[in-house]
Write a protein that binds this ligand. Structure first.
Ligand code: SF4
Ligand code: SF4
Length: 301
């Protein structure tokens, strides 16, 4: 398999540092520790993009709804001009520091976002090699203010990722990265995304609690045939709902069907497809007949 993902959530999109790419086996020298002279410098001037799973973890940590979290702690941004949106952490009012920064360090440390875990490593791209393995390329970002690079500790990028708990975060963001890549690469062939599809993408990927309300609405349940035990999971488990959301978007936006439709809805859909192909055939027949008439007229002239 050769699925490739763009670096949609580069931790340091605005960084002036031009990093050198490497794989996970590269050795790095780094340690961040309480008491270091630059303590909190990295969290004082933030540019942190969030993945859907980051949002799930943060909302659970803060015990608030995704809607509230998005409103209070994030700002939307365009992953590409006029295209799908991402969200970033919103800094403190009139400042650049993270709202979660305290003198003791990060107040959401156990559930800190992917980009914070990765720092000072940046994930540049992720390629699924086969069903079980990924190959990824990384860069080490050396910013002047960060003294962690002078600490006497060596480890590989893979070891660092493991230590920081990044693997689970990457795995659970995979479906989202695939969607972004698909959306970007489908570009002009399917035209500009509609406002509705952009709103749907935003709700499903970032506003889990609104998506949950959506899947219990009549419109959704009349169309999709979700087994009762799966529906129960979706109503109680944010991560399951997020993963289901990626499948749902693949189905709605790219026709990759994995969620069964209710029989009546499926029948209606078949009828619509049949009517459409009849209409197209009819129009093509009329066009051909008109062209033939023109030809005869030209001939008689
Ligand atoms: S979430 Fe925590 S680690 Fe990340 S920028 Fe904010 S304070 Fe720093
Ligand atoms: S060592 Fe780097 S990552 Fe750690 S507090 Fe200092 S600036 Fe932040």
């Amino acid at each position: 398999m050769t699925d490739t993902y763009n670096a949609a959530d580069l931790p340091f999109p605005g960084s002036p540092v031009v990093p050198e790419m490497s794989d996970g086996s590269k050795q790095m020298q780094f340690r961040c520790r309480k008491g270091i002279a630059c303590w909190n410098a990295c969290c004082s001037n933030i540019d942190i993009s969030l993945t859907p799973y980051d949002i799930v973890r943060l909302k659970q940590h803060l015990d608030m709804s995704s809607t509230e979290l998005l409103h209070k702690y994030t700002v939307p941004y365009e992953l590409e001009p006029g295209g799908i949106a991402g969200v970033k952490l919103r800094p403190v009012e009139n400042g650049t520091a993270c709202q979660f920064m305290t003198a003791e360090g990060c107040s959401v440390y156990q559930d800190r976002p992917t980009a914070c875990r990765y720092y000072p490593v940046a994930l540049l791209s992720m390629r699924k090699q086969d069903e079980y393995t990924d190959t990824s390329s990384y860069a080490l970002v050396k910013e002047e203010h960060c003294l962690g690079h002078q600490e006497p500790r060596s480890l590989t990028i893979d070891e660092y990722r493991k230590e920081q708990g990044v693997e689970e975060y990457d795995e659970l963001a995979r479906g989202w990265r695939q969607l972004i890549l698909k959306k970007k690469s489908s570009g002009p062939s399917i035209g500009k995304p509609t406002k509705r599809s952009l709103q749907l993408f935003f709700m499903v990927c970032y506003d889990t609690d609104r998506f949950r309300e959506f899947i219990i609405s009549d419109g959704f349940t009349e169309l999709y045939d979700i087994p009762a035990d799966e529906m129960k999971k979706l109503l109680t488990d944010d991560t399951e709902l997020m993963l289901f959301g990626f499948r749902f978007l693949k189905q709605v936006l790219f026709g990759e069907n994995s969620i069964p439709l209710q029989e009546a809805a499926a029948e209606k859909r078949r009828e619509r497809v049949h009517d459409k192909s009849q209409r197209i055939e009819h129009e093509a027949r009329e066009k051909r007949a008109a062209e033939q008439d023109d030809m005869y007229e030209d001939h008689e002239d």
